[in-house]
Design a protein around this ligand. Structure first.
Ligand code: SF4
Length: 355
């Protein structure tokens, strides 16, 4: 029978048993939860408080709004005579001078949409640029919308591609000398598309294990337990704990749509700079739907000097409360950096759950 409340993944007896086991762990270890949805779930379920002080869960770069460079906002604000269609979180992200929300208040045509299909519909009335941010989870739907636009011969629609890929970002993170990590909680949603085998570089290249897991308390605690067992036995492998949703090879249909429309490129990440082969752009066949070509948009690796430590938060070098602006000058009502804006941002999660 269907379990609408996922009760079996919230069973208090099972939770208490795993927590009791984990409480015996003494060796200091750092585990990174890559995905913003995991950061929110960990805060929501109070998981950090259930773990012993020897196990640190630190947040990583898995929030698409957070890693989008602020020059993308600046370039969008320069666009004239078009409608900008975007997912909601992005409109409050500060650019160099202002946010899209502030620019909208002085007349820029910005509309919040909940899917790229809505943006395609808007293009029937006015030239529309859809802001293409997101990880592997979001890209198939946007690529499918570009196929639909091509099918409809819709000339008024384009996408500004700022798509990101998770495995190359983890590769770049682990290349940083001053970051020591002992394991990863790997993103459930992204893995539905790319499959659990996509993370094999973690054990093979760096000798670090990872667990693909879901968002319920038992999912997260089981994943932490698996990682402690690997560390205890000197092993490093990728384990798929979320096999009710994720398989080894991912979703072949979604991957085929991505391959038809998009191609891998080097991508700019806020706070992490240019990471080789860590993004997707629109390929030659569908170039007329590429807003970066249509409007000659080039993103720059420049961030305003505000004192925001998002770059260090995204790399797991500090936790949000280490930022001097956290919960004083920077709050969800007045965000200084993108990590406080997004509903998946680490600073927003710490503000809501961990203060
Ligand atoms: Fe940036 Fe605000 Fe987070 Fe500090 S608390 S790192 S200013 S987003």
């Amino acid at each position: 029978m269907k379990d609408p409340n996922n009760k079996k993944f919230r069973d208090p007896q099972l939770i208490n048993k795993i927590v009791a086991d984990l409480q015996k762990w003494q060796q200091p270890i750092k585990i990174m939860e890559v995905c913003g949805s995991h950061t929110m779930a960990i805060g929501h379920w109070g998981i950090r408080k259930l773990l012993p002080p020897s196990i640190s869960l630190i947040s990583g770069p898995g929030c698409p709004v957070c890693v989008t460079p602020s020059s993308l906002i600046d370039e969008l604000i320069k666009l004239k005579g078009v409608k900008i269609a975007t997912f909601g979180d992005l409109i409050r992200v500060p650019g160099k001078e202002e946010t899209l929300e502030q620019a909208r208040a002085r007349g820029l045509d910005v509309e919040i949409v909940y899917s790229p299909l809505e943006a395609l519909k808007l293009a029937e009335k006015k030239e529309t640029v859809f802001v293409g941010i997101g990880f592997e989870t979001t890209t198939p739907g946007i690529a499918q919308t570009i196929l639909l636009a091509a099918n409809q011969k819709q000339k008024n629609f384009s996408v500004l591609p700022a798509f990101k890929l998770i495995p190359p970002a983890l590769d770049a993170l682990l290349s940083e000398e001053d970051l020591s990590l002992d394991g990863f909680l790997l993103p459930g949603h992204v893995s539905v598309i790319i499959g659990s085998q996509s993370y094999n570089l973690l054990p093979h290249k760096y000798g670090i294990g990872g667990v693909v897991t879901g968002f319920e308390p038992l999912d997260i605690l089981r994943a932490v337990k698996i990682l402690t067992e690997q560390i205890e036995h000197g092993e490093a492998t990728i384990v798929n704990e979320y096999n009710r949703v994720v398989n080894r090879d991912g979703n072949k249909v979604a991957r085929h749509i991505i391959e038809e429309v998009l191609q891998v490129n080097d991508a700019l990440w806020r706070g992490m700079g240019l990471i080789p082969k860590s993004g997707l752009t629109i390929n030659e066949k569908y170039k007329e739907y590429d807003a970066s070509k249509k409007y000659e948009i080039m993103l720059k690796d420049e961030e305003a000097k505000t004192g925001c430590r998002c770059a260090d938060v995204l790399k797991g070098k500090i936790i949000p409360s280490d930022c001097p602006l956290f919960a004083s000058k920077c709050t969800p009502a007045n965000p200084i950096g993108s990590c406080m804006v997004s509903s998946e941002g680490s600073c927003a999660a710490y503000y809501k759950y961990e203060r």
